[in-house]
Design a binder for this molecule. Structure first.
Ligand code: IPD
Ligand code: CA
Ligand code: CA
Length: 279
């Protein structure tokens, strides 16, 4: 059967039902994050700069409970509890209950709930909710991407020099030689502007909405990319690793762009690193 240009086999659940569940779960978890933001929360350290709060755990529990209620056999990969395998289901929900924990912990309102879904290993839908701005980004494979129900599309910026780019840095920035500072310096000298928002899932959604022209990062996790990658793809964007191969959310590296500046971004990412400028 063909639905919205996507072939549905008999073991598949209608995409609308899946998306409605993802949206409901994101909204419930978003309300929990706002509540914790108002009433306070405990913070624990995974490492000196990698935090986790009560809100991360409560939001994750909420998303999993809500989805499980509808789909008890589905599998989960969630940041705080890892893999939860109920059965050999072809459905895997990939969840970041709070993307932007550092922002959240500081009261900086740039964080989101990110809920993506893989079917037989392919990301087929995503819902990303920014509860502070009440912005809900959604996409289903073959049906375009939306912000609060309205279609969104990537930008039409053609040149790197006119582009607003965004990136992020992993929590092992102090120890890892792959700390992204080399790429940051190169892009800062070539782009029109650079931002570091602290929420990779929102960075992807902003590429989808044309607010950023390109985004790259070197050490992301599947839950940072799952939902946002579908949203970028459905908004007409391009997603690869640094070699230009199709994105795998398990591959850590990500380049997302409006397509026009993609090749130029890959060229910069693959340039030999010369001496870092000294102060
Ligand atoms: C982090 C954010 C940040 C990115 C880090 C992620 P978290 O996720 O997405 O923007 O630079 O690589 O780990 O810890 O806030 O869920
Ligand atoms: Ca994250
Ligand atoms: Ca997180």
């Amino acid at each position: 059967m063909l639905l919205f240009g996507v072939t549905i086999t008999s073991d598949q659940i209608p995409h609308n039902t899946l998306l409605e569940t993802a949206i409901a779960a994101s909204k419930e978890a978003g309300a929990i994050l706002l509540d914790y933001g108002r009433s306070g929360f405990r913070i624990k350290h995974k490492n000196p700069i990698n935090l986790v709060t009560d809100a991360d755990h409560a939001a994750e529990q909420c998303v999993i409970d809500r989805i499980r209620k509808h789909f008890p056999t589905h599998r989960f990969l969630a940041e705080e509890r890892g893999r939860v395998e109920q059965s050999p289901s072809p459905y895997l929900w990939v969840i970041d209950p709070l993307d932007g924990t550092t922002n959240f912990a500081h009261g900086y309102p740039a964080y989101c709930v990110s809920v993506g879904l893989e079917y037989q290993g392919r990301c087929i839908l995503g819902a990303v909710l920014d509860p502070s701005r009440d912005e809900l980004f959604t996409a289903v494979e073959g049906r375009g991407a939306q912000l609060n129900g309205q279609p969104i599309h990537v930008s039409d910026t053609m040149a790197l020099g006119s582009s607003l780019l965004v990136t992020g840095f992993a929590y092992d920035i102090r120890e890892s030689p792959r700390n992204n500072l080399d790429h940051f310096v190169k892009f800062a000298l070539k782009a029109q502007g650079m931002r570091r928002t602290g929420s990779a899932a929102l960075d992807l959604c902003y590429v989808a909405a044309g607010r950023f022209d390109g985004f790259w990062e070197v050490q992301l996790n599947p839950w940072d990319m799952a939902a946002g990658s579908v949203i970028v793809r459905e908004a007409g964007g391009r997603l690869t690793n640094f070699c230009g191969d199709d994105l795998s959310i398990y591959g850590q590296e990500l380049v997302a762009s409006n397509g026009y500046i993609h090749q130029a971004m890959l060229k910069v990412l693959n340039e030999e690193t010369s001496q870092m400028p000294s102060s």
